[in-house]
Each structure stands twice: as structure tokens, then as C-alpha cells.
Write a protein of this length. Structure first.
Lengths: 282, 350
């Protein structure tokens, strides 16, 4: 357990004291490493001096209030926009931000599952599996038969849809919230993602559906991949994460190994944080 | 073992479900019904081949415009400028042909002129963020106005075009009666179906129309797709202009005006969603023929021209309702209900 300091169990004001955990065994290397990342939107600083690592086969729970900078960080990781400064290394390869985009992120093995923008609602499942990465022949025409075959394989083997009346020709709108996230996670796993980022995947889902999504995330871990799990549901984050990284106002303020904190303590920590008690010493 | 009744065996097969999966079947049924009704109410006109040849002559430009618009609607956008493109590209074609006397380069220039208008629309919508309804409405006025200015408000005759090979190829008569433009429009329909349903570009359009945010995070360049889309629509409107101008041997400055609403109606009764994400090329094909046949059909029945609009509205409304009911899978529900009625339960010893 981390040392208590100034009435708090974890120091949050000095970067050197951010938690007690080594994010990954250096022998195994990192799935991802951000160093000195900063992002400005005009004069507004959205991210400040972000150093963030995810070990191979590690699940990191990224926690923080609205506006903490989690989504901005995810968008930089996934190539939606570049940072103002800083470096990103994915699976040992440095990323060149001048040419980095969503497709390059996919090529680097980074896949993202968003709360509500991972799948085209009116489109059939087989199209959703391959959008942006179609199997095409000459002149860009899609090999529908092959895409359907592989989509069927992903549904049965990776996601585990069996006999639920859902086929590759079903539209996304026919699926429950949990099944949708299952499809998005299954797609990410199929494309050999080194790192799967889950951005609020359980928002607005029923408890049963949340359980489905968490089971999918467990599969990610079992398959030897790394994941960044972003959620406001502390209980869910606690269940599946190996480590918790806490953000506030564009900075990482703590990194805590699961072994060093109980769920109750993590809850208390976040509650205190939310109530501003942590600001007293800043 | 006793044979099961035919109805029971038929009901075992989800015929209705399978039929419902055929693209735009309800709209095809509406067109067929319409022609049947016209055959009964105006047998003199609709049992002969001439009226159908007339449709094959007049509907293709509208169909080509509607095909282009189907892509735009599928992407969740709208284009109101294509009718002005019909005038502008028609002018470019006529002016070049009268000036240079060479029809093929005139055709190319007309298509390029349409593509240019579309490209500008695309840039306004995708790069600057002007809502497409506003950008293309402004474009509609601008290009129509420019055409009137350039043409001096007059109609231009191009009778010489009749002697060109281009005339025979695009608007000639196959076997002496079938208008060639109908075959070009049919070929374009097939091509557009493949482009929308089997090509990467079509898939990108569907996802952009469904949800641009999803499209973006899945690596689609939404802005570029929209620019390509509007450019393609402009080019197709340019081609429609050439078909029209060549068929009529005349260019006139208001030649596109009558197309705006009928073309939009053809796309929507074909089942494409104004909300984007779904587009039906086959539906547009039948929709164009429904819209293009209505007026002549109603007049031919002898009930009087005053009824034309009313009947048109009725048919359009019925088509859309039918499409929604069947498209929602409710036909499959009806099929299941029928099956449950006619299939003997286990207790019956069946």
C-alpha cells in the first residue's frame, strides 16, 4: 500500500511520487509510451506534461472528471489530432505526428471503442467490421463474400455470438448496447490490436449489458493484449484494471497499482478529489 | 405419409421474408400496378408500345439526375443546384459545339463544367461548413443566373448535332424505336448500384451519412468523401444535360428548372432516407419511372389535367408508406403470422 502523506494515501502534487507502481515489466516492454505530451487549443492548455505508459498485456483504468483531458489524450493516441508537443512510442516504434492519423494508428495496432461512435447504426454488421479496412479487389470493389465469411468467424469465435438471432446481415440497430460494444471490441481484437482503448464503453447500459462488456474486456486481457479503459464507473474500472491513472485538469495526478488500493479506498480517493479536498495542498 | 397442403408447404418457406429482402420490390410493385391501372383506364394509350418508348425518351435525363442525388441523400446531404447544372452544362456543351464544331470535346467540357459546380459545392459544404441546403440553393441561383447571362437569355439551336455520331450513340434509336439514352441510363443505374453497394466509396458514403463521427474515427476522410460526392453529382448532372440538349437539338436557359422537385421525389419514393445512411439505387430507378409516367398516364385516362397533381401526390404518398412498412420488416411479421395460421401445430399430428 502506498504511504499516507498529509492525510492522503497517495501524493498527487509531485510527479516523482505518482503512485508506487512500475507500469510494466521493462523486459516485456511497453505497448505504448507518451512522453512530455502537451496540447493547446489556441491559448487553452488541454494537456500538460503527460507521461503515460501502458505495458504489454496491461489494462490501465484512466479515471478523471469531465474536462480532465482523458478524451483529448485518447484522440492524440488514436490519430484524430496531433499534440502541440511531445512524443509517442507504440510497441517500440516512434510515431511521426506529421503523418499520423486514424489509419496509421490502426496500422500501429491501436484500436478504439467509443461510447456511441464505434458503429454505423443503420449499417449491417459485416460492413461495420471492415469499414475503413475493406477487403477490395481491383478498382476498390469490395469482396463481400470474404468480408462476410470473416465477419461470421469473428462473431462466433471472438465475440461468442451463437444462436441469438444475430447474423452478419443484421443491422447494428437490432443489437443491444452490450452487443454493440461486443462487436466493436471483437473487431478491435480481430485486427490484431496491440492496444485497445475503450472510451466510456458502458455509459447508458443496463447492469446486464455492462457485465457483457466487462466480459469482453476480460477477453482482451486473456488474449495477451493491452487496454486503456476509460469510465466514470469506478467499480467497473476497478474490476478489470491492473493499474489506475488519475487525471485532473489536463495532468496526470496519480498512478496506482491495483494491488496497492482497495475499491473502497479508490472510491474515497476519487470522492475526495471530486470535492476538491485534494486541491488544498496544490 | 399424407402430403401436406400446398399452402402449408409454401408457408413453411418464408417467401414473403425473402421477397422483402429484394431491394426496392415495393416500388417496383407500385410502378407495375400503376401501369396496370393505366392499361385498364387508358387502354388505347397504354396497351401500345409508343407511350413506353416516349417514357424511355423523356425519363432518362431525370433518372441520371436522380441517381446522382441518391448518393448525396445517402450521405445525409442535399443538392438543389443540379437543375441549374442542367442549364449551365447544357450551355457549355452548346456553346463549344457551335464554336468548335466538335461534339466529343463538348461532351467532356459539359461534364467537367458540372463537376466544377459540384466541386465548389463540395468545398463549401465540407471545408467551409456551409449547410448543403444553403450552399446548393445559392449555387442554384448563381449558376442559373450565370447561364442566362452567358446565353443572353435566348435559346440556342444545335441542329447540326443530329448528324454527329455522338447523337446516334447517346440519343439515337436502337432497332428504330428504343431510345439509346434509356440504355445509357440503365447502364448507369447498374454502375451506380455497384458503386454504392459494392465499392469502398459507396460504403464510405453510407457511413458518412449514417454518422460522420463514426466515419471519422474509423479512418474515413469525411471532408474528402463529401467533396468527391458533390463533384460526382455535378458531373452526372452535366451528362444529363448533354442527353437532354442532344435529344432536343436545342439549348434553352430554363431547361433544368422542371427537374428539381420530380428528381427529389423520385429519390425519396425510391426509399432513400433524408436522414442519410441508406440509399437505394434500384428504388430511385423505379421512382424515376413512376414520377415520369404519372402525368402522361393521368392525362391519358381522360380524367383531366386538373387531377394530375392530386394523383401524383397520392401515388408518392402510397409509395413512401409502402416502403416504410415493408422496409421496417413488418412484411416479415405478416409472413410469420400467415405461417402460424396455416402451419398445423404438433397436436394436429402434422
Amino acid at each position: 500500500m502506498a504511504e499516507q502523506e498529509g492525510g492522503s494515501r497517495f501524493r498527487i502534487d509531485a510527479p516523482a511520487d505518482r503512485g508506487t507502481v512500475d507500469p510494466a515489466d521493462p523486459a516485456e516492454g511497453y505497448a505504448l509510451r507518451m512522453a512530455g505530451i502537451e496540447k493547446y487549443f489556441g491559448l487553452v492548455c488541454a494537456l500538460r506534461s503527460i507521461d503515460f505508459e501502458v505495458g504489454r498485456n496491461e489494462i490501465v483504468g484512466l479515471i478523471g472528471d469531465n474536462g480532465a483531458g482523458k478524451s483529448t489524450m485518447v484522440k492524440i493516441l488514436t490519430g484524430v489530432f496531433p499534440p502541440t508537443r511531445g512524443t509517442l512510442t507504440v510497441a517500440g516504434r516512434d510515431v511521426d505526428f506529421r503523418s499520423y492519423n486514424v489509419k496509421r494508428a490502426h496500422a500501429h495496432g491501436i484500436e478504439t471503442v467509443y461510447q456511441d461512435k464505434s458503429l454505423g447504426e443503420k449499417q449491417v454488421l459485416w460492413r461495420n467490421f471492415f469499414i475503413g479496412r475493406e477487403i477490395t479487389g481491383r478498382f476498390g470493389f469490395i469482396n463481400v463474400k470474404k468480408e462476410k465469411e470473416i465477419a461470421q468467424q469473428i462473431m462466433v469465435e471472438t465475440i461468442g455470438f451463437r444462436g441469438q438471432g444475430i447474423t452478419v446481415d443484421s443491422r447494428v440497430s437490432q443489437l443491444s448496447g452490450g452487443e454493440r460494444q461486443g462487436v466493436a471490441i471483437g473487431r478491435a481484437m480481430h485486427f490484431d490490436a496491440e492496444l485497445i482503448i475503450l472510451d466510456e464503453p458502458t455509459v447508458a447500459l443496463s447492469l446486464k449489458e455492462v457485465r457483457k462488456v466487462l466480459n469482453f474486456v476480460h477477453k482482451v486481457k486473456e488474449s495477451g493484449r493491452a487496454s486503456v479503459y476509460i469510465s466514470h464507473g469506478i467499480q467497473d474500472v476497478y474490476e478489470i484494471s491492473d493499474r489506475f491513472v488519475i487525471m485532473d485538469r489536463g495532468e496526470i495526478v496519480a498512478s496506482i497499482a491495483k494491488a496497492d488500493i482497495t475499491l473502497r479506498e479508490l472510491n474515497e480517493f476519487m470522492l475526495e478529489y471530486a470535492h476538491g479536498l485534494r486541491d488544498e495542498g496544490r | 405419409m399424407a402430403k401436406r397442403p400446398v399452402l402449408t408447404r409454401l408457408a413453411k418457406r418464408p417467401v414473403l421474408t425473402r421477397l422483402a429482402k429484394l431491394e426496392s420490390l415495393p416500388i417496383a410493385a407500385v410502378l407495375l400496378t400503376l401501369y396496370l391501372v393505366f392499361m385498364i383506364t387508358a387502354p388505347n394509350v397504354f396497351t401500345g408500345h409508343r407511350i413506353y418508348m416516349s417514357f424511355l425518351q423523356t425519363i432518362p435525363p431525370m433518372l441520371v439526375l436522380a441517381l446522382g442525388l441518391t448518393f448525396v441523400i445517402t450521405a445525409g446531404e442535399i443538392d438543389l443546384s443540379f437543375s441549374a447544372v442542367v442549364a449551365f452544362a447544357g450551355f457549355v456543351f452548346t456553346w463549344w459545339y457551335r464554336t468548335v464544331g466538335e461534339p466529343w470535346s463538348a461532351l467532356l467540357l459539359a461534364i467537367l463544367a458540372g463537376a466544377l459546380v459540384g466541386y465548389i459545392n463540395g468545398v463549401l459544404v465540407a471545408k467551409i461548413g456551409v449547410p448543403s441546403i444553403m450552399a446548393t440553393l445559392a449555387a442554384q441561383f448563381f449558376w442559373a443566373g450565370l447561364t442566362v447571362l452567358l446565353a443572353g437569355g435566348a435559346s440556342w439551336n444545335i441542329k447540326g448535332i443530329q448528324d454527329e455520331a455522338l447523337h446516334g450513340i447517346f440519343v439515337g434509336r436502337l432497332f428504330g424505336s428504343i431510345p439509346a439514352q434509356s440504355l445509357w441510363a440503365l447502364a448507369l443505374t447498374v454502375f451506380c448500384w455497384f458503386l454504392l453497394n459494392r465499392h469502398r466509396f459507396g460504403e464510405e458514403i453510407m457511413f458518412v451519412g449514417d454518422n460522420p463521427n463514426v466515419a471519422r474515427v474509423m479512418g474515413i476522410n469525411v471532408e474528402r468523401t463529401k467533396i468527391k460526392l458533390f463533384t460526382m453529382n455535378g458531373a452526372m448532372a452535366g451528362f444529363a444535360a448533354v442527353l437532354l440538349t442532344t435529344e432536343m437539338n436545342t439549348f434553352w436557359t430554363t431547361q433544368g428548372e422542371g427537374y428539381l422537385l420530380p428528381v427529389m421525389a423520385a429519390v425519396f419514393i425510391g426509399g432513400s432516407s433524408i436522414a442519410g445512411g441508406e440509399g437505394f439505387v434500384v428504388g430511385t430507378f423505379f421512382g424515376a419511372y413512376i414520377i415520369g409516367s404519372l402525368e402522361a398516364g393521368v392525362v391519358a385516362t381522360g380524367i383531366g389535367g386538373y387531377w394530375t397533381q392530386l394523383v401524383s401526390g397520392l401515388v408518392m404518398g402510397a409509395s413512401v408508406v409502402l416502403n416504410i412498412v415493408i422496409g421496417d420488416g413488418r412484411l416479415a411479421a405478416v409472413s410469420n403470422r400467415v405461417r402460424s395460421w396455416v402451419t398445423p401445430s404438433r397436436d394436429d399430428g402434422g
